[in-house]
Design a protein around this ligand. Structure first.
Ligand code: ADP
Length: 485
């Protein structure tokens, strides 16, 4: 039998252990889809407080491992793993770095030592591989937090005992987060100063970890075909469009898949009632529970509920939302918003909620159970993103018959088919211009369609029939791995 292809995922978050956004869904679910295709996958994550105190018991596999070569980062760490063999996860444990209440920072700002935290994590990959006795053909890195892995691999590591010619892939989940740090911290990376240059990690006199990964990785992927194109333009390139264009031959857009085991209205364990395309009764019960949870006026039960679940960040279009909110609130509908993030948006929501009691429900929290209830109970889902690498919520929404209203950018454009397009009846409502007028117009069009319940049910049925499971995308990753090795 041919030896299995071996892939190590190195990521800064992954479900079910630690999550702030879509990266966690990908790092925690794509490995299983790859395993089904015959790949041997292990996933390495930091051992956060959330993992330590989480429901899944873990135990040390190896203790006091040293990070070789990197003088400034040569602290010892422990390698942890779940006690159950069901999980292909391993953890780099150094409490001083990772045992904190959050993953990257608090609403007030990032942790001051994120450079050391993630440089250390990246450097720990080599000793972790040795301790796991795992010789990966491909190391699959994700975002700036693990962008140093290709850099260390190329410039630093002696891979004694490991495979020669291990390849690296960097997946960019969001180009807006690049891992920028002051240049005077460069010595902490244990890299030669010659790497702090225009062809290396230097970016306007700062350290840019993502840039290092883009230059160093053997291939780069991002999470939708449209976003792969967009990021090579000044509008979406966040200053790295030139660096990305230089790598255009090695840059691929592979759409994220989702895990329908967790996100299907027929089986969702977190819902009060189940439903399906052919029997929607349960959706009404979920809507009632949702309205109750958010203190919405029960007299408005027949009016559509519009929902948002999101990191509260500029990217997600909250400035548009703020501009249209007064006009929305004058219409026959209710709105629920679940989110955490920037403090100024917390303040905005806290100020708006009391003005529209019974019509606007707000929860400033990260609450997975509530996220499921919203997907199931709402009628429409708003994603007016300024940019969106892939976006998962619009995909979940479709499965729950909660019709997305999205801006035509990145993965939103790749996954939502506009109602009224030749592929009638479409799966959602799409607008292009990043203006409150265009957003509001799309909402009005959706509200009109909602009044024709026959049409609406057809749109729902079509949306619920879409299949964005990992199968196709995992196959594309597998082809890329094979091409590299
Ligand atoms: P991003 O990764 O940019 O935050 P995505 O749409 O790709 O956006 O993924 C967001 C993921 O995080 C989804 O699974 C979504 O349900 C979840 N999520 C975001 N905010 C919250 C929240 N406040 N509570 C619960 N889940 C959330």
């Amino acid at each position: 039998m041919a030896e299995k292809l071996k892939v190590l995922f190195v990521a800064s978050e992954g479900v079910p252990f630690a999550k702030t956004g879509g990266l966690a869904d990908v790092a925690g679910t794509l490995p299983y889809a790859l395993m089904e295709l015959g790949v041997e996958v292990k996933v390495l994550l930091p051992y956060y407080g959330a993992v330590k105190q989480g429901k899944i018991p873990t135990a040390p596999v190896a203790e006091n491992l040293e990070v070789p070569l990197l003088e400034p980062l040569s602290y010892p760490f422990d390698l942890m793993a779940p006690t159950s063999p069901d999980y292909p996860f391993w953890f780099v444990a150094r409490d001083e770095f990772y045992d904190r209440s959050q993953l990257y920072g608090t609403p007030k700002g990032d942790y001051f030592d994120n450079l050391q935290r993630f440089a250390f994590f990246s450097a720990a990959v080599l000793p972790a591989c040795r301790a796991m006795d795992f010789k990966p053909d491909v190391i699959h890195c994700h975002d700036w937090q693990t962008s140093l892995v290709p850099v260390y691999l190329k410039n630093h590591w002696a891979w004694e005992g490991l495979k020669a010619g291990t390849k690296t892939i960097l997946t960019i989940h969001n180009l807006a987060y690049q891992g920028l740090f002051a240049r005077n911290k460069f010595y902490l990376l244990g890299l030669d100063l010659s790497l702090f240059g225009i062809d290396g990690l230097e970016y306007y006199n700062q350290i840019n970890l993502l840039k290092g990964g883009i230059i160093g990785a053997d291939a780069i992927t991002t999470v939708s075909p449209r976003y792969a194109q967009e990021i090579q333009t000044p509008e979406f390139g966040c200053g790295l469009e030139g660096v990305l264009r230089n790598r255009t031959a090695d840059l691929y857009g592979i759409l994220n898949g989702v895990d329908y085991q967790d996100w299907s209205p027929e089986t969702d364990k977190l819902l009060p009632a189940h439903f399906s395309r052919d029997d929607l009764k349960g959706k009404a019960a979920d809507k009632a529970a949702l309205m109750e949870a958010f203190g919405l006026n029960k007299k408005l039960a027949k009016a559509p509920t519009l929902a948002m679940i999101s990191r509260l960040a500029d990217q997600k279009g909250f400035d548009l939302m703020a501009q249209v909110l007064p006009q929305l609130m004058a219409l026959d509908l209710t709105v629920v918003i679940l989110g955490t993030g920037d403090e100024r948006y917390h303040r905005w929501l806290a100020a708006e909620a009391p003005k529209y009691k019974g019509k606007l429900g707000v929860m400033v929290a990260f609450d997975n159970k509530l996220a499921h209830l919203i997907e199931a109970g709402a009628d429409m889902f708003l994603m007016p993103s300024r940019f969106e690498p892939c976006g998962l919520n619009q995909i979940y929404s479709m499965k729950y018959g909660t019709i997305p209203i999205v801006r035509a950018t990145g993965g939103l454009a790749d996954t939502v088919t506009p109602v009224g397009s030749p592929t009638e009846p479409g799966t959602g409502f799409v607008f292009s211009d990043y203006t409150p007028e265009a957003f509001l117009k799309a909402i009005h069009t959706a509200l009109e369609a909602y009044k024709d319940q026959q049409l609406w049910q057809r749109i729902m049925a079509n949306a619920m029939s879409q299949d964005f499971s990992w199968k196709k995308s995992a196959q594309k990753y597998l082809e890329l791995y094979k091409q590299l090795v």
